[in-house]
Ligand binder design. Structure first.
Ligand code: UDP
Length: 232
């Protein structure tokens, strides 16, 4: 696993043979392995290994809402809790959920809500608990996918699955699926997600700088990657 110490970021994110530090070509994804039904006590669960990322998701619901005042009389609610284990990154991560975890929980919830039929479950909640046990860049994307798989495993009716992947720019070149070091030392990071029932982009975040034409090309690269992952 890459150690992310700012003073020790490599000067070049490409090797002399033109490949990325982990041996990938610019458009290559890291290896991805997905599995469902991995947690006995959940209504549905899934696990994803994406490069060095290792992430579990478990789903509970529809069930009574706690605290009660969050319940909505006309529809169910979706609550997502993305957490990174203290041992999942090189520096010890503080155990209490920080702003980043709240933001990522929110964007995952925004990606998944459109595919659910929450109007069929008034007064109840669906809860998704996501635990990142090893993190190396792109955990919000991997978490979105594993959460959708866990919902499907729970038998929750869905309009479609959701697929997510980041693209970006490192050392002046556009690349697919940034690793942790590429995310930190690169020039731009663009996490995307798509809901397949309507082909809509449901996540588009942007950190860094890209020209308009690079942005367009990045979105095409994202589309290719999202299709490949969906096939998996
Ligand atoms: N990271 C870290 N410590 C933290 C948060 C993140 O080392 O407290 C690392 C981790 O490997 C993560 C990467 O930085 O995957 C990129 O984080 P970012 O916030 O961009 O989210 P992600 O790319 O994981 O969706």
């Amino acid at each position: 696993m890459t150690l992310l110490i700012p003073d020790e970021y490599p000067k070049n994110l490409f090797r002399e043979d033109g490949k990325r530090l982990d041996g990938r070509e610019n458009f290559d994804l890291r290896s991805i392995r997905m599995e469902v039904d991995v947690i006995k006590n959940a209504d549905g669960s899934a696990y994803i290994e994406w490069g060095n990322n290792k992430i579990f998701a478990s789903v509970y619901g529809p069930r009574e809402v706690h605290p009660h005042h969050l319940a909505k009389p006309d529809k169910g609610i979706l609550r997502v809790f993305y957490r990174m284990a203290t041992f999942s990154v090189f520096d010890r991560k503080r155990p209490a959920p920080g702003r980043r975890e709240k933001e990522i929980s929110m964007i995952i919830s925004d990606c998944l809500e459109p595919v659910l039929f929450l109007e069929l479950y008034p007064g109840t909640s669906f809860e998704i608990f996501i635990e990142v046990v090893d993190a190396d860049g792109g955990t919000r994307c991997a978490s979105t996918i594993v959460a959708a798989l866990a919902l499907a495993d729970a038998g929750v009716p869905m309009r479609s699955l959701v697929t997510s992947c980041a693209v970006g720019k490192i050392d002046g070149k556009l690349v697919t699926d940034l690793s942790g070091i590429e995310d930190k030392a690169g020039e731009a990071d663009l996490p995307t997600a798509i809901t397949w029932f309507n082909d809509e982009i449901s996540l588009l975040q942007f950190d860094g700088k890209l020209s308009q034409s690079e942005l367009n090309e990045s979105l095409e690269m994202a589309q290719d990657a999202l299709e490949k992952i969906y096939d998996m």
